[in-house]
Design a protein around this ligand. Structure first.
Ligand code: PRT
Ligand code: MG
Length: 226
């Protein structure tokens, strides 16, 4: 078999993160007639077969999905706009983003300790200390407002930062608001609505269009039908 033939027959690889994105992608795959029998929460496997021999899944960290797709280790993937925005700042271009799947919805917000006078702090023109995992989005937001900020990069549990004096404010994702409430924080500004998009490797789109396009179309249809 020539290498070219082998390539055509290799299954397409879809990169997903476990948790909400995996859970909310399953119905979209099912609408396309594809079942996944293993659950990454209980299985330790990082490569999961599907009922379609032409498609396999790889399970990676949410923020690594664009990297796998950009380098072609996955033909396509699903990632939140929060993740895509941070990725694009480091790697402009490179990813085709054909469909907003409208899944894993939340919003990117500024939050502070209950009782903290955010408007006054911003109005005084003093530098605000802001802790976040979303440094690019936060930098753009405060630059647009003309507010000086010192950004502190964190990798998780942002909600803790204002409680222990690490920061005045956080920029974080909120869905139900339960985590903010449980930690006596309040939302003071909404920066963006977030949902997840299908992202596709540019080269795969050209060389594997025959296999890939029907799946892209099926995702588009399943999303529109929801
Ligand atoms: O967990 P890990 O560090 O591996 O990565 P991750 O947190 O980026 O992954 P994951 O699977 O938690 O989230 C994947 C994607 O889901 C994100 O990139 C978002 O696009 C989307 N999403 C939707 C969310 C939420 N809703 C969400 N609520 N991602 C995170 N959260 C967190 C939020 O950061 C906060 O800590 O949930 C908490 C708030 O939730 P509520 O319901 O209490 O408001
Ligand atoms: Mg998480």
């Amino acid at each position: 078999m020539s290498p070219a033939t082998a390539n055509v027959q290799a299954p397409l690889t879809l990169a997903l993160s476990k948790g909400r994105i995996f859970e909310e992608t399953l119905p979209l795959l099912e609408a396309a007639g594809i079942q996944v029998s293993e659950n990454p929460e209980s299985s330790r496997k990082l490569i999961l077969p599907t009922s379609d021999p032409g498609l396999r899944l790889i399970i990676v960290r949410a923020s690594d999905v664009p990297t796998y797709v950009q380098y072609g280790a996955a033909d396509f993937g699903i990632a939140g706009k929060d993740v895509l925005f941070e990725h694009a700042a480091q790697h402009p271009g490179g990813l085709y983003q054909p469909i907003d799947l409208n899944i894993a919805k939340c919003r990117l917000c500024v939050a502070v300790r209950e009782g903290f006078d955010y408007e006054a702090a911003v109005g005084q023109g003093s530098r605000l200390r802001v802790a976040t995992k979303y440094v690019q989005a936060a930098r753009e937001h405060f630059a647009r407002k003309g507010v000086y900020v010192d950004l502190i990069k964190l990798y998780g549990s942002m909600e803790l930062a204002p409680l222990v004096g690490l920061a005045d404010a956080i920029v974080d994702l909120v869905s139900t608001g339960g985590t903010l409430r449980a930690n006596h924080l309040m939302e003071v500004e909404e920066i963006a609505h977030i949902s997840s998009r299908l992202i596709v490797n540019q080269a795969s789109l050209k060389t594997r269009a025959q296999a890939l396009q029907p799946l892209i179309d099926a995702f588009a249809k399943a999303t529109a039908d929801k």
